[in-house]
Ligand binder design. Sequence first.
Ligand SMILES: *Cc1c(COP(=O)(O)O)cnc(C)c1O
Length: 389
Amino acid sequence: MFNRQDYVSDVDWQRFLQFSEKLETPNIVINLNKVRTNFIKLKDSFPYARIFYAIKANPGEPILKMLSEQGSCFDLASRYELDLIQKFNVEPERLSFGNTIKKAKDIKYFYDKGIRMFATDSKDDLKNIAEFAPGSKIYVRILVENSVTADWPLSRKFGCHPDMAYDLLVMARDLGLTPFGISFHVGSQQRDIGQWNDAIAKTKYLFNSLEEEEGIRLSMIDMGGGFPASYVDPTNDLSEYASEITRYLHDDFGDEIPEIILEPGRSLVGDSGILTSEIILTSRKNNTALARWVYVDAGKFNGLIETLDESIKYPVITNKDSPTEKEGEVIIAGPTCDSMDIMYEDSKYKLPVSLKSGDKLYWLSTGAYTSTYASIAFNGFPPIKTYFM
Ligand SMILES: *Cc1c(COP(=O)(O)O)cnc(C)c1O
């Protein structure tokens, strides 16, 4: 059904097969070269931007080490992510506390470690920042509507209306903080580049009105993540994103564009991962059923949570794939005793009819939101292991 070469080069595939041959399944193998290449490509596409890797996408230590050596900055969502990144001697100037939902004592924890850049979207959080991180730089996350064209939307829970953002930045100044900028996230795996246009226009409006009415000069736009990884549904190439978004910035801000920050997660690590699962069982629910059930040893609870509502469609290939193999429709499900542990049913995946117990399903582009986005022991199954190549 899928052509492996569209996702993984021959050289990388051979390396992967050798590397993973003896590993117990299920497992995820991350190709660090691919992450490095993606980082460099993003940097070259947006030469004027600073890149803050969103650690949650894949907190694997070899990834953090490599990115910190490449000069990346990091967006943190919890004190635990801060502890993790500090192993790699990243200066506090390269760190931000990007989660708008945080405890007062965690704000203090960040401040004590030297972090001076905080996101917010509410008055109570801002008051806490003023108390426990005095003088820090504040950027306010605004709401953007993105639920239709993003495969994994991040709207509603985060961000506030631009009018509230305005009030928060005035309040930040009055509380002795430094009003720094505006952030937004147009939704993860955002396939409509135009979404950045709307968000940048809202940002421009806030820059103008705050300066004209309050004399507050903002200096930074954090354009979030949302850049694509390679799944089943096609997207534009990153270069297309870059040229369009750069044009939007110049349309609104002319030659003097503010400091720009990007917070990529998925686009840096997604394509670097291959999740290998073994078929436990195949079956038909009655003798004339057209679709087979294929049960594998990875599922929603150990690595594949983003198949929820079949939102993210990973390309799946098998050790039986060949041009001469007959394929048939399958329902692919995980090993646990929860009936939501079904990855694909409506999406009508087709796999070789000769597949049987012990054969392998390779889930491509599984480097993002898999390794830690999982249960620790549901039904006794241990967390999926990640290896770095
Ligand atoms: C998750 C997240 C990101 C990363 O988004 P991707 O779409 O994976 O690139 C960036 N910024 C914030 C604040 C996030 O919560």
